[in-house]
Every structure is written in C-alpha cells, then in structure tokens.
Design a protein around this ligand. Structure first.
Ligand code: ATP
Ligand code: FE
Length: 368
C-alpha cells in the first residue's frame, strides 16, 4: 500500500509518498518561513498565494522522487483541519481534483492526529501512549488510545510556547544578535540561554494554583515584556537595541517554560496511571513539535519520565515540524484501521478549528 500525503495547514506546502512499513518513497516541502519572518508573522492571504504557487510542483516532486505512477497509490491523504482557513483550502481543493482525476479514495487528516502518530513510523510504539505536542501554533497533552481515539488531557488556554518564545525573542531583538540572526525565536532563546544565568530573574511558573493539565504562556510573556522595558530604562537604551541582560532573561524564561511544561506533563502521567489508562511500568511519553527540539525542556521532561518509570520518545527533528510524511503515514494508519476512508468526497469541508479527541481536561482538574 502507498499513500500520498498533502499538508498545507499553515506555512509549509508539503507532500510525501509513504508505504505501510513506514518507508518514505519520496517527499518534498516548500517552507514560507523566510517570507513570513520579514512581515513579522503569517499574513493568511500571502500564505494562500504561496501554497497556490507551489502545491502542484511539490506534489509532482514527491511523486517523481518516489518513481511510482500515481495509479499505484492506494489513497490520497490531506490535512483538512485544524489550521488557517485559506491555507487548508488550497490543499483540499487541489487534493479533491487529484482524487477525482485518479479515481482514488480520499482520507481527510487531522493535523494534530498526524503529529501524534508520527512516532509509530520511526519506533515500535503500541497504543496507548501519552503525547505532548509543543510548537509555535499548538500546545496539548493527549492520551492516544488508537488511530483516531484520543483523550485530550490539557491544552494551552492562550498562546503556544513557541509563539511565546518567538515574541520574547522579537522583543529582545535577537535577530540583531550576531550569533542568532538566522535562528527561529525559540532556538535563539535556547542558544543565548547557555550564556546566561537563570537565577538573575525570577519568572513564576504560570497557573500554579490550577491543578489540571492546561497550559498558559501569555501571562509569562507579558511579565517578561515588562521586565525588558524596565531593564531598557535601567541600561539607558532604546527599545530595539540589544540588552546586556538578554542572555539572563533568555535563561530565566526558558527555565520557567520548562518547569511549567514538565509540571503539567507529570500531572498527566500520574492521572493516566491512576486511571489505568497507562501501564504502571512501561508507559511511553512522546514529545513532538518545534519546541521539542529544545534540549533544556527535554532535560526537564527526562526528569519527569525517570521519576515515573516512563520512556521518553521524540521523533527526529525533521518529523517534529510540519511535513508531508506524517500526513501520508496517518493515511496508512487509517487505511490499516479502516477508518475515515472516503470514496465519495461530496460535502467535504475544511475546518479551521477542531479539537483533538474527547476533552477530559475538566475531569483531570477535579481528580487532583
Ligand atoms: P504547528 O504548530 O502547526 O506545528 P509551527 O510552524 O508553529 O506550526 P513548528 O514548525 O513545529 O511549529 O515549530 C516552530 C516553533 O518551534 C517556533 O515557535 C520556534 O520558535 C520553536 N522552536 C524551534 N526550535 C526551538 C528550540 N530549540 N527551542 C524552543 N523552541 C524552538
Ligand atoms: Fe504542525
């Protein structure tokens, strides 16, 4: 079985052909990051235009690298939720045309489900397992019980950690820092933090009184913002110039972020074990998303998994961020499970907002 996966939910146009053993036959990706960095964020119509300009070429490239004829495909899988409406629309309408032309079944994909299942392509991981997804656009903890059987334990009530780190990096003007100018905000913070002392600033972990698995990062972002303004005054410099205490601030904000993420994850593990959702002795925690590449945050999570006898797994970095392989693999998983394979695409729509699985976050809070 071979599945073509197509992803356009945000700012990457990606496609891949994957088989049922997890072999990647061909893949291609076009990232819009450079364009969006210049405007300081994604402008949806610009993203839409770039997807339109690239989708044909990217899908063609994935197919030609894989050296298969499209007739050999078992199905076409495409992200239809959640994401930017204008971006999702490009991928969906392109895919529907292709499905029609090739007379293939269509498998609509939930972007977060795909992120969560990616680990099963690279590692032998059985259900159930716990997943922590931390990126620029997402932040959630979920129990994965099956291909399309998720319990949502917690999510960010405001922004995602990558978004917060990007905003702090921008506020610190790290793009002007000679060592960080080409790095994403989160990576720049991690890099600079190594040169700083986290004890010079004391940013409190968010939501300390809420005994659930939800997250919050916008309060932390505002506190850091205020601190930076105050430091600028003290150092007598203008907004937009580099602070001498930037490394200390980076170290402290990274530390608080790691503590917050580790605490919520610890609670999720305890809750799942207490409910017998996860095995006492060989539970697995999967961590993915762009922020998962942060080694300081990983260390904090390692402490949690060591203390709870869990195994910590992360997909390789190229599969942690948005890609076509994870969409194709999700298609394979659904094909094998016989779930959500459409032979008639009449009435299919993209959904910009769509939670993952059954939300039991309230129950988690009440159990504590
Ligand atoms: P989505 O949420 O749909 O996956 P995205 O583009 O925001 O989309 P990713 O590409 O997975 O997400 O991750 C990008 C985010 O990860 C950015 O916010 C970036 O700052 C953050 N990031 C990347 N490297 C690091 C790092 N080493 N430490 C912390 N954050 C990082
Ligand atoms: Fe993503």
């Amino acid at each position: 079985k071979l599945v073509l996966g197509i992803e356009t939910s945000c700012d990457d146009t990606a496609a891949a052909v994957v088989d049922e053993t997890g072999n990647v036959w061909g893949e291609a990706i076009h990232s819009q990051t450079e364009v969006h960095l210049k405007t300081g964020g994604i402008i949806p119509p610009v993203a839409q235009q770039l997807h339109r300009e690239n989708i044909q070429r990217i899908v063609q490239e994935a197919l030609s690298v894989s050296k298969i004829s499209p007739s050999e495909l078992s199905a076409i899988a495409t992200t239809i939720k959640p994401g930017l409406a204008l971006s999702l629309g490009v991928g969906l309408s392109f895919s529907l045309q292709l499905v029609d032309q090739l007379k293939k079944p269509f498998i609509p994909i939930h972007h977060m489900e795909a992120h969560a299942l990616t680990i099963r392509l690279t590692n032998k991981v059985e259900f159930p397992f716990l997943v922590l997804l931390i990126s620029g656009g997402h932040c959630l903890l979920a129990l994965v019980r099956g291909v399309s059987d998720f319990l949502l334990l917690g999510k960010s009530l405001d922004i995602a950690p990558g978004d917060m780190l990007d905003k702090v990096a921008r506020r610190l003007s790290l793009i002007k820092h000679p060592e960080c100018s080409t790095m994403s905000g989160g990576k720049a913070i991690e890099h600079l933090a190594k040169q700083g002392n986290k004890l010079h600033f004391d940013f409190k972990p968010p939501m300390q009184r809420a005994k659930n698995c939800d997250f919050s990062f916008s309060g932390l972002q505002h506190v850091v913002d205020k601190t930076i303004t105050q430091k600028e005054k003290e150092e007598g410099i203008e907004k937009g110039q580099l602070l001498s205490s930037a490394a200390d601030i980076a170290a402290a904000v990274q530390h608080t972020t790691a503590c917050h993420i580790a605490k919520r994850t610890h609670r999720a593990i305890l809750f799942c074990k207490q409910r017998n959702f996860l095995s006492e002795s060989n539970a697995v925690l999967v961590v993915s998303g762009g922020v998962a590449s942060n080694l300081y945050i990983r260390k904090a999570l390692e402490i949690v998994t060591n203390a709870t006898q869990c195994t910590l797994l992360c997909p390789p970095p190229r599969l942690c961020t948005d890609n076509g392989v994870m969409i194709a693999w999700n298609g394979i998983e659904r094909l094998r499970a016989g779930l959500g394979i459409l032979y008639d695409t009449e009435g299919i729509r993209y959904e910009p907002k769509c939670p993952l699985g059954v939300d039991i976050s309230k129950e988690v809070g009440e159990a504590a």
